[in-house]
Design a protein around this ligand. Structure first.
Ligand SMILES: NC(=O)c1ccc[n+]([C@@H]2O[C@H](COP(=O)([O-])OP(=O)(O)OC[C@H]3O[C@@H](n4cnc5c(N)ncnc54)[C@H](OP(=O)(O)O)[C@@H]3O)[C@@H](O)[C@H]2O)c1
Length: 321
């Protein structure tokens, strides 16, 4: 497995991480049944077997359900996994988001529950999922720094914050990784956040690399999961059809190279720098194996330039949330 360093002085992790979120129901209501859970655990298992170390989860993914799946998969081989855990998003039983709780005591409390559910003595990378506007960010980050001092967390990560918050976090405690959306369809970080992460020596963990299936060709007939369509304007009505036309370029290029659109989309993120680690989000072994084929994709200068043009910032329309 190819490895990449998360941040200038951070840990080495697999160059691709596994995003576990969709193994749980994050929208409220019942969690997936036993058959689905079995496939999810088998997918994490297959990822570890393939040499993937970075497993991305969050305590609010299915109200702990996601961490329980991860716990099952890593049993007996804790040392093979690099556990990245987000915390702090508050939801009701219907899945409605109440906000973010970044109070220091809450962060320590969330960590205690996560350690218990995961069945581990420490978390490798711990990330407040968002900044809580009612708490000074330094206080939230300070709580993670204290957990690091106690040996319960190894590295600090942050997620979906702005430039000012990244600077403030990094001056409170060295940040190893910024988790943020980045793909051919969503290139906003190239303007400010990516240059800043590079200036500070913070690694980037890229999520939604296949744009929830859009760049994988999964929506080609216009079929989009109802919950996705209602949450993301880019998957709605005429906007979706225009985006599918843009994605057609990726599909044609993939076909000409005997690869899949998902493999190309992931390979493109890999090509953006050794300081970026893309997450592949899947709950199925077949797709995991397909997506890991991204390592075998070689994109030449002409192909990269063509992708750059077809997916120039703003080419995929509709806001991301
Ligand atoms: N920090 C944050 O705020 C944040 C936000 C969102 C997500 N994340 C993390 O990032 C991870 C990935 O994000 P994501 O799930 O939003 O986006 P994603 O990886 O772009 O998309 C995942 C979706 O695409 C489908 N898919 C994956 N590979 C495919 C393929 N080869 N062909 C067809 N469909 C394919 C998956 O379906 P199947 O499962 O059925 O394969 C899943 O529904 C999450 O698991 C989570 O850990 C972080």
């Amino acid at each position: 497995m190819k490895m990449r360093r998360l941040g200038r002085n951070g840990p080495l992790v697999s160059a691709i991480g596994l995003g576990c979120m969709r193994m749980s129901n994050i929208m409220g209501g019942p969690q997936p049944g036993p058959d689905s859970d079995l496939e999810s655990v088998a997918t994490i298992d297959a990822a570890l077997e393939a040499g993937i170390t970075l497993l991305n989860t969050g305590d609010f993914y299915g109200m702990g359900h996601n961490e329980v799946l991860v716990a099952k998969a890593i049993q007996g081989r804790r040392d093979h996994a690099f556990l990245s855990v987000k915390c702090g998003v508050q939801r009701t039983h219907t899945g409605a988001i109440l906000g973010m709780d970044g109070r220091p005591n809450s962060i320590k409390n969330f960590a205690a529950y996560s350690l218990q559910r995961l069945g581990v003595d420490y978390i490798d990378l711990y990330q407040p999922a968002r900044a809580d506007p009612s708490v000074p960010y330094e206080d939230t980050i300070g709580a993670v720094a204290e957990l690091i001092g106690e040996g319960k967390v190894r590295y600090l990560g942050v997620s979906e914050i702005n430039a000012d918050q990244l600077r403030r976090a990094h001056s409170t405690h060295p940040v190893s990784a910024l988790e943020i959306e980045y793909s051919l369809a969503s290139r906003f970080i190239e303007r400010e956040m990516l240059p800043l992460a590079r200036e500070l020596g913070v690694g980037v963990v890229a999520y939604s690399v296949v744009t929830q299936g859009l760049l994988a060709g999964a929506m080609q007939g216009g079929e989009v999961d109802e919950a996705l369509a209602s949450s993301f304007p880019r998957f709605q009505g005429e906007t979706l059809w225009r985006n599918l036309e843009t994605v057609g370029f990726l599909e044609r290029l993939a076909k000409s190279k005997h690869q899949t659109p998902a493999q190309l989309a992931i390979a493109w993120v890999l090509s953006r720098g050794d300081d970026i680690v893309p997450l592949v989000g899947t709950s199925r072994r077949s797709r995991l194996l397909e997506n890991l084929g991204a390592f075998d994709v070689a994109l030449n200068t002409e192909e990269l330039a063509a992708l750059d043009q077809a997916f120039a910032p703003g080419a995929i329309i509709g806001t991301r949330s």
